[in-house]
Ligand binder design. Structure first.
Ligand SMILES: O=C(O)CCC(=O)C(=O)O
Length: 273
C-alpha cells in the first residue's frame, strides 16, 4: 500500500485558498470501488434521495450518506487510499472521523450550474478540520468542474439556499435569520468573469478536488463537451470541530451533545484515527 501525503505546498494552499487539486490521489482500483458504491446508490437510492429542481433545466440527482456504501466499499477505499492519514497531515489533527458522503449526477448535456453555497449553512458545525473530497468519475475540463471561491472559507457564513427554486438560486434557507443572503455569484460572473476569484480544475479520473466545505462552491455545469457528470463526495472532520447551532432544524444528525462548542460526536461518525 502506497501511503500518500499532501505536499507542503498543498497544505499551505488548503489553509490559504481552501481548495487544491490532488492529482491521481486514487488508483484505478480505488476509483473502481468508489464507482461500485456510486452505482449501488443509483440503483438503490436512499429515502432522502431527490431530484433537485425537477422539471427544469437544472434538474439533477442528489443522494446522501448510504450506510450500505460504507460496508460495500467506501470503508476499504478510505483504508486503502490512506485517506485518514492523508487528512490528519493536511490539517495537523491527531484524530479523523468520517462524516458521510453525497452523490451527484447531472445527465443529458443541458443541466445548468449547481447553486453556489457553503455546506456550513446546513451543517451546524464550527472548526477548521473539515474537508470534502470531490471525486468525479468522468474527465472534466475546468469549465465543467466544481467552482470554488478562493479563500472564502476564511470569510463570512452566508444564509443557505433552499435548493428548490430554479428562478431564485439564492432564496434564503433561513428567511427570518440575520444571516446575509447569498450573493448571486453566477449572475455576477456572467456580467464580469473576474467578479469573483473562482478556481476550477481540469480533472482526470483518479484526481480529487480537495475543498473546504465552508468555501462558497457551485457551478459544475454540463454541456455538449461533458454531457454527463457523476460525482461522489466524501466528507471528513478532525479534532477542532464543534457543534455550532444554525437557525433551522437538523434532525438528520443525531449528535451526542448540542451544547454550543461541544466536540462533534455521534455514533453515526466512524472514527478512523
Ligand atoms: O457536485 C456538485 O454539483 C455539488 C457539490 C457540492 O455541493 C458539495 O460537494 O458539497
Amino acid at each position: 500500500m502506497v501511503m500518500q501525503k499532501p505536499a507542503q505546498d498543498q497544505i499551505e494552499r488548503y489553509a490559504q485558498d481552501g481548495v487544491y487539486l490532488a492529482e491521481q490521489l486514487l488508483t484505478p482500483a480505488q476509483l473502481g470501488k468508489a464507482r461500485s458504491c456510486y452505482d449501488y446508490v443509483r440503483a438503490n437510492p436512499s429515502p432522502s434521495a431527490l431530484t433537485a429542481f425537477a422539471g427544469t433545466e437544472h434538474e439533477h440527482f442528489v443522494d446522501q450518506t448510504n450506510p450500505e456504501s460504507w460496508k460495500l466499499g467506501l470503508r476499504e477505499l478510505v483504508r486503502e487510499a490512506s485517506l485518514a492519514e492523508y487528512l490528519a497531515e493536511l490539517w495537523g489533527s491527531e484524530h479523523v472521523w468520517y462524516f458521510g458522503e453525497e452523490y451527484f449526477a447531472k445527465e443529458g448535456g443541458k443541466v445548468s450550474h449547481t447553486p453556489w453555497h457553503q455546506d456550513h449553512s446546513v451543517f451546524p458545525v464550527a472548526g477548521w478540520h473539515w474537508v470534502n473530497l470531490w471525486i468525479p468519475f468522468e474527465p472534466l475540463p475546468a469549465h465543467n468542474s466544481l467552482g470554488v471561491v478562493r479563500g472564502s472559507h476564511r470569510g463570512k457564513l452566508y444564509n443557505g439556499t433552499t435548493y428548490t427554486d430554479a428562478d431564485d438560486m439564492t432564496k434564503p434557507l433561513y428567511p427570518d435569520s440575520d444571516y446575509e443572503r447569498l450573493p448571486d455569484i453566477e449572475a455576477d460572473l456572467e456580467r464580469d468573469p473576474n467578479a469573483w476569484d473562482v478556481v476550477s480544475f481540469e480533472t482526470r479520473p483518479g484526481d480529487v478536488v480537495v475543498v473546504h466545505p465552508y468555501c462558497l462552491h457551485g457551478r459544475a455545469t454540463i454541456d455538449a463537451q461533458t454531457p454527463d457528470r457523476h460525482t461522489l463526495v466524501l466528507r471528513f472532520f478532525g479534532d477542532d470541530v464543534t457543534y455550532s447551532p444554525l437557525p433551522g432544524p437538523h434532525d438528520w444528525l443525531d449528535l451526542d451533545s448540542e451544547v454550543p462548542g461541544a466536540p462533534l460526536r455521534s455514533s453515526a461518525f466512524v472514527q478512523l484515527l
